[in-house]
Design a protein around this ligand. Structure first.
Ligand code: AMP
Length: 584
């Protein structure tokens, strides 16, 4: 891992902006807030909080309430229905961004201005620069980045609404910038049919296999899906390469046209090498075998994506996984200044010029569980967060969000110059709940990480998981879904009931005191573990995509709330196990 000193050296050559930003956190944050108020204090939304007309930074912090999406939704809905956007912000909204956050429920509409988009771009570029500087030689090759879009929607006002990734991939800055280094032709990225798009992007990636130095996507979930797709389609991809003919189910004109410029001749030799690699029973390290010059995998792998760490480590043959950025439709938050950090050690350094940030202290009890009630503490500024403390991030943006809680809980892990670095902990509203017990996303992830260690020596890999609270019974129980496969192959492992029961016990043992006392007292039934076959979680992703979620921004839900989603996973069930009736 690069040391602080080495990292500093990297930045000193051309990274002065970053030094400047991280050294002047407090001043820049105050300026950002001043600017936001100068422009927007007179809007219908903000003006009522400044009855005497004085809208300075201090009165903002005293008078303006901390809100959630529901509080601002009436204003956003009015703008979406055709009222002027000046009820919320002075600058023109260019379109809305669709945010799913938890991959469930109705997407939120988040206003975006030209300026807020540019701010996000500068964070993306800085993050890219930091990463490239860490890997010498990676500037020379190409990126096999799997990118997808989703159709835009139009609000009654005529303003468009799309996922950020969809908006970004259609911009000139993407087409003339990052896209130039990608193996995927822009038309394959812009194809609305995700299956045709995936096939063509993988095909172009394979055709240029000796040039690829980076493999990535937005989120780790997309790469997990890509690997499954490769397992299902490598023979057909090889046949396309061998014959020089594109499969006839690729009918999208953009894809066909782009592929006709790349798949120009039969290439038996290349097809043969790829076939030999894919025929190997074990797919361990398949990514580096297929693309031997790859230096790193690039995708967000923290938070709910951390469930894919073992999968990507296995298929990536141990090459570094770089989790570059922490952002959302509402704002860009921070970038990873230590690209070589192991996935579970990744922290994001907040950059003070993107928005005005505040932090609500979140209590954690002895077992590391987020308390259910807010503490009375007031929010603190970016410059005043304390090492080791947990906070929920509150953001005020140039695009019409004022003291808006995003719902993410973060932990302060250090500082780069004066700028705090945060580890992503969990999404606050994602909890399994029965009676008075609340088991958070982080509790669940930690417990499952411990339990899966029981399976690893047996060569069994947990590729992904989810859960739900089954309250149709009294008392209710938590149900886990695990997708399992053998390390060397896609075969379903032989499931030993005793061992699976041990896994259930380990999960329960790892839960907190409240869970265990309710379980022992009989208020919660024995935990159930349902094993599903390989590919079932892909069907879950398809289900959410059919409901409007974008593949590029899909976040696997750690706790399911929808019965339909539970049904999808149940349909792939191959085994069911329980903890012993009583817990000792
Ligand atoms: P969306 O607005 O749909 O893109 O979702 C944004 C949400 O994705 C954030 O609020 C986080 O919960 C999650 N997210 C984004 N980036 C990261 C990251 N680097 N690590 C963990 N979670 C992330």
């Amino acid at each position: 891992m690069a040391s602080e000193k080495e990292i500093k050296e990297i930045y000193e050559n051309g990274m002065n902006i970053l030094e400047d930003l991280t050294n002047n956190v407090q001043e820049i944050q105050e300026q950002v807030l001043e600017e936001i108020l100068k422009r927007n204090a007179g809007t219908e939304y903000l003006s009522r909080f400044f009855p005497n007309g004085e809208a300075d930074n201090q009165s903002f912090k005293t008078n303006v309430p901390i809100i959630t999406y529901e509080d601002i939704k009436p204003y956003i809905d009015r703008i979406a229905s055709g009222e002027t956007s000046s009820i919320l912000l002075a600058y023109r909204i260019i379109q809305f961004l669709l945010s799913t956050g938890t991959s469930g429920g109705q997407p939120k509409l988040i206003p975006m201005t030209a300026e807020s988009f540019e701010k996000r771009m500068s964070d993306l570029l800085l993050s890219d620069l930091v990463t490239r500087k860490c890997f010498s030689g990676s500037d020379e090759g190409k990126s096999l980045y799997l990118y997808f879009i989703k159709p835009e929607m139009e609000t009654p006002s005529g303003l468009k609404a799309s996922f950020f990734t969809t908006f970004y991939f259609k911009t000139e800055s993407f087409k003339n910038g990052l896209a130039k280094f990608c193996t995927s032709p822009i038309d394959t990225i812009l194809c609305l049919d995700n299956k045709q798009s995936m096939f063509c992007q993988l095909l172009t990636g394979l055709l240029q296999r000796d040039e690829v130095v980076r493999f990535g996507s937005t989120f780790a979930s997309v790469l997990a899906r890509t690997i499954k797709f490769l397992e299902d389609y490598w023979r057909e991809l090889c046949s396309n390469i061998r014959t020089g003919y594109l499969s006839d189910w690729i009918i999208d004109p953009g894809c066909k046209n782009a592929m006709s410029l790349i798949l120009t001749r039969p290439n038996r030799e290349l097809a043969h090498s790829i076939q030999q690699i894919c025929e190997d029973k074990s797919w361990e390290g398949i990514i580096v075998k297929l693309w031997p010059k790859i230096k790193y995998i690039h995708c967000i792998i923290t938070g709910s994506m951390s469930q894919y760490v073992s999968l990507l480590e296995f298929y990536g043959g141990g090459i570094p996984i770089v989790s570059p950025i922490y952002n959302s439709s509402e704002s860009s938050f921070g970038i990873n200044l230590k690209p070589l950090s192991k996935p579970f050690d990744v922290s994001y350094t907040f950059l003070p010029n993107t928005a005005y940030f505040e932090f609500l202290p979140v209590g954690k009890d002895g077992e590391g569980k987020a308390q259910e009630t807010w503490t009375d503490d007031k929010p603190v500024d970016l410059a005043n967060v304390k090492l080791g403390r947990y906070y929920e991030v509150v953001v005020t943006t140039l695009a019409g969000l004022y003291r808006y809680t995003v719902g993410d809980v973060l932990k302060v892990t250090g500082f780069y110059n004066k700028s705090p670095q945060f580890q992503f902990v969990e999404r606050r509203n994602v909890v399994l709940s029965i009676d008075v017990d609340k088991t958070t996303e982080e509790d669940l992830s930690k417990a499952i990480m411990k339990a899966k260690l029981i399976l690893e020596p047996l060569g069994i890999m947990l590729t992904t998981y989810s859960s739900y609270a089954d309250t149709s019974l009294t008392p209710g129980r938590y149900v886990l879904f695990w997708e399992l496969k053998m390390k060397g192959s896609n075969d379903l492992p032989k499931l030993d009931a005793k061992i699976m029961e041990q896994c259930c016990c380990m999960v329960e043992e790892s839960f907190d005191f409240t869970y265990k006392s309710h379980r022992k007292g009989g208020a919660i039934s024995a935990l159930e573990l349902r094993v599903v076959k390989h590919g079932t979680f892909d069907e879950l992703m398809d289900f959410y995509v059919s409901k409007g979620v974008s593949v590029a921004q899909y976040k696997p839900p750690s706790c399911l709330k929808s019965e339909e989603a539970v049904k999808v996973l149940n349909s792939g069930m191959v085994g069911k196990f329980f903890s012993p009736k009583t817990m000792f």
